[in-house]
Design a protein around this ligand. Sequence first.
Ligand SMILES: Nc1ncnc2c1ncn2[C@@H]1O[C@H](COP(=O)(O)OP(=O)(O)OP(=O)(O)O)[C@@H](O)[C@H]1O
Ligand SMILES: [Mg+2]
Length: 470
Amino acid sequence: MSGAKPSVLVVDDKENMLKLFARILGDAYAVTTAPDGVQALALLSARTFDVVVTDIQMPGADGFTVLREVKRRAPDTEVVLVTAYASIPKAVEAIKEGAYDYLSKPFDPDEVALVVARALERQRQRRDALGLTARVARMPDFHGLRGTSPALQKTHALLAQVASRDLTVVLTGETGTGKELAARALHRESPRRDKPFVAVNCGALPAELVESELFGHAKGAFTGATGAKAGLFEEAHGGTLFLDEVGDLPLPVQVKLNRALQEKEIRRVGTTTPVTVDVRVVAATHRDLAQEVAGGRFREDLYYRLEGVTVRMPALRERREDIPLLAMHFLAGANRPELEGFTPQALQALTAAPWPGNVRQLQNAVARAAAVAAGPRITPEDLPPELTTTSARASAAPGPLPAEALAKQPYREAVDRVRDAVSRDYLTALMQEFSGNVTHAAERAGMERESLHRLLKRYGVRTEDFKRGD
Ligand SMILES: Nc1ncnc2c1ncn2[C@@H]1O[C@H](COP(=O)(O)OP(=O)(O)OP(=O)(O)O)[C@@H](O)[C@H]1O
Ligand SMILES: [Mg+2]
């Protein structure tokens, strides 16, 4: 970031104005121009700018629409509006809506340069004042975790904070939300970074083997134990042990894990000699551990020992603003350098999909689309059909609306529409996760089966569409 020129997007429907701005600002800044509001919105959906300078009166999407979209997607970007003398009251209105300042035509070049420089200065001060959160926000990625949404930035800041304290951390979140990446990030941000990071998937090991995997065994401890072997705790000595899917550990092993965490020593299977281990444990689960405790599947004492610091990785549908950025990132890794990006319709489809498999599903979807796309840009037809059919099903009823269209409705109606769209997305994702099984889905949703049935009916989500037939 530092060293690179600040980026400025100029939006104006008059070509001579775009040229004028490019001449005034081009030396000091990386200037991008857009000939109308609609194209500006397309650009803004794919990347962010430090400053946006936009004309107010344009056909299609006007300066206000651009302003609202910028503030919704990238609140940190400063917006300067350009207006004819007659619409100064409008510009004042815009400042109330979050614009930094306005320029009234005609203006002289110095004025333009000055207002952009001031906008950048204010941005810098605000970023510094925000401290850690802002420092993390400016990083292109946090040890591989990408995203600029407030939800993810909050998570990154929390990870950065707890990393250096030697506490046990539990990472929760749906499948594909980046729990493993987060575990590695915690290790790399900690003083243990030069020591081993050892990962084990507790759910993938047969129950009889988990204990000796974790704690090791003595020679002859069980059939097949032909020699003594150190376990993963010993292997991770000085470093971090990542217990993935900790909710899947058999109860007897949970007892031993709890003791190991408490006493900071372990016993190899078949021995009584304690071995001291200095290990920081990071655990992950896609289950709700409190619910597992209530159901008798998880030890309460272990739960209380672990739950000290819980970091929840947000689902992708809770931070849809990250989708264009992540999609571009994964496309860059797809080995199709001739592909320029996505059509606005494809981005729209990606942004609207329910993503029950979260970032992993997005990554796979982009890789598949890149493999089949004829180019130069990925179109909705290139996307895996389940994405577009789900959103097509969801949009049979009125779907989510862009902010500018919402703002043209009374508050109540706008809020109702957003709620309806979110409810439909939620129900679709829920049905996808539970393959249309309403009993199981209702348990997750925390509601009665009957209520869930009613909701599904109301939003036209059909359970049959999600049943696994093949
Ligand atoms: N914020 C992110 N930025 C970039 N890549 C991400 C991000 N989150 C996840 N990924 C990628 O998505 C994939 C899934 O991430 P990861 O394995 O960490 O998820 P998980 O929560 O452990 O999933 P599961 O519960 O299924 O094990 C990985 O390829 C990872 O690199
Ligand atoms: Mg994982």
